[in-house]
Write a protein that binds this ligand. Structure first.
Ligand code: FAD
Length: 384
């Protein structure tokens, strides 16, 4: 029997090849970029010149394909994350920060921003998290109020990727509609009066990350994204489309770590034989290989299902996100162990990969939050 059913279709293989070439161009800058908390100009330029970011925006706004496609985003992330978390983050955030605008923004605001997002002339960001609110997003305190023909926003968003380099933020806030508190989305330009950004947090795998405080920020009502009170649906649509791509990044990071550890274990001898033949080392390498292949298979399957129907197949994306990021955690840990003291030496690629694998299990749905909701789905499916 042919294994065609388990291969990526040609257009995705070609896209992956292109992303691999772009990732290779990033190599000379990867170490510097991955330790930076601002956009690396060389990595940004390489990505902009490559046109890869067009994958994150629909064609009608200058994007590559008719709609943003989870499988396309996922295969690109796998290739970019193999070389650089920074390149991967710049790429995917253009989609994550602009998806709601592309789906439900005002036409003038879409035309103003989205072609620039596709060219990487403008940088997008998504603001959900607050200092006291992470997984429990319904507890956010950012307030959106109507003020004549304008919207007024007050709030504090925290741990926002691209804060400081973003040109606009898609912000989730609470809005009182017919006496009831609901959730709405609004586009806040970074240069709007009342917006201040600071970067109080340094994480173990540096990331362009910051807090955005909005104090009496006023934007035209055309900056509303979607219907009043329908913000959560758009956030869910964004997360449904992009969640599985985190699994792609996890597979890329794990693959890179395994190749580092394998080269090391084949090249270094102890007790007169290569490490790759000693004690538990062969099993650690092979187990990691099995973990990666299983993670990749589920990731591609989930991403293909998500490309057809992101909301309907969110359970598969969630299984892939949690499964692949946890697998990457196990793989990088084993790889460090295989490399002994060279695995924990600062400034080495494996040490960087070890740190870069860690946030994947926390953002866009921490593993335990995802498992909690998957278990509820499972019980409903099995027991009714
Ligand atoms: C690198 C990075 C980039 C980020 N970028 C952005 C961004 O661009 N925009 C943005 O809005 N946010 C961003 N975040 C924030 C991210 O979305 C939150 O970290 C995430 O939602 C988890 O929230 P928390 O860290 O506050 O953890 P908490 O919500 O405090 O949870 C802590 C732990 O408690 C457990 N837990 C919590 N709830 C449950 C539950 N229901 N069931 C079982 N266990 C549970 C989990 O183990 C979880 O890891 C980013 C974070 C990181 C690390």
């Amino acid at each position: 029997m042919s294994d065609d059913a388990f291969e990526l279709p040609t257009k995705y293989r070609e896209l992956a090849d292109q992303a691999r070439q772009v990732a290779k161009q990033v190599i000379p800058f990867a170490e510097r970029a991955d330790e930076s908390d601002h956009f690396d100009p060389d990595v940004r330029q390489i990505l902009a010149d490559s046109g890869l970011v067009t994958v994150t925006v629909p064609e009608r706004f200058g994007g590559r394909w008719a709609e943003v496609d989870s499988l396309a985003v996922t295969v690109v992330r796998e290739q970019l994350a193999f070389e650089s978390a920074h390149a991967d983050s710049i790429f995917c955030m253009q989609g994550i920060g602009s998806y709601a605008l592309a789906q439900a923004g005002h036409p003038e605001v879409q035309d103003h921003w989205l072609p620039r997002v596709a060219r990487l002339d403008a940088v997008a960001a998504l603001g959900l998290t607050e200092p006291d609110v992470g997984s429990d997003l319904r507890s956010i305190t950012t307030v959106i109020e109507t003020d004549g023909d304008n919207l007024r926003i007050n709030g504090h968003k925290s741990f926002i990727t691209n804060a400081g380099d973003a040109d606009f933020y898609t912000m989730l806030g609470k809005e009182t509609i017919d006496g009831q508190e609901q959730y709405s989305l609004v586009l806040v330009p970074a240069d709007a009066p009342g917006v201040t950004v600071n970067q109080p947090h340094q994480i173990i795998a540096p990331h362009v990350l910051g807090d955005v405080v909005m104090q009496d920020v006023v934007v035209p009502s055309s900056h509303r994204i979607g219907e009043p009170g329908k913000g959560f649906g758009l956030v869910l649509a964004t997360l449904s489309t992009f969640r599985v791509s985190v699994a792609g990044a996890a597979v890329g990071v794990a693959q890179a770590a395994l190749e580092e550890a394998t080269r090391h274990a084949a090249g270094r001898e102890q007790f007169g034989v290569p490490l790759a033949r000693l004690g538990g080392v062969p099993a650690q390498l092979a187990q990691s290989w099995a973990d990666i292949e299983m993670a990749r298979a589920l990731t591609y399957r989930a991403a293909a299902a998500s490309a057809r129907d992101a909301r309907g197949n969110l359970y598969l994306s969630s299984l892939a996100k949690a499964g692949a990021t946890e697998a990457a955690g196990r793989v990088v840990d084993r790889c460090v162990q295989v490399m002994g003291r060279f695995g924990i030496t600062r400034g080495t690629k494996i040490e960087r990969l070890y740190r870069e694998a860690r946030p994947l299990r926390i953002y866009e749905g921490a593993t335990e939050v995802i498992y909690d909701s998957l278990a509820k789905d499972l019980v409903r499916k099995v027991v009714g």
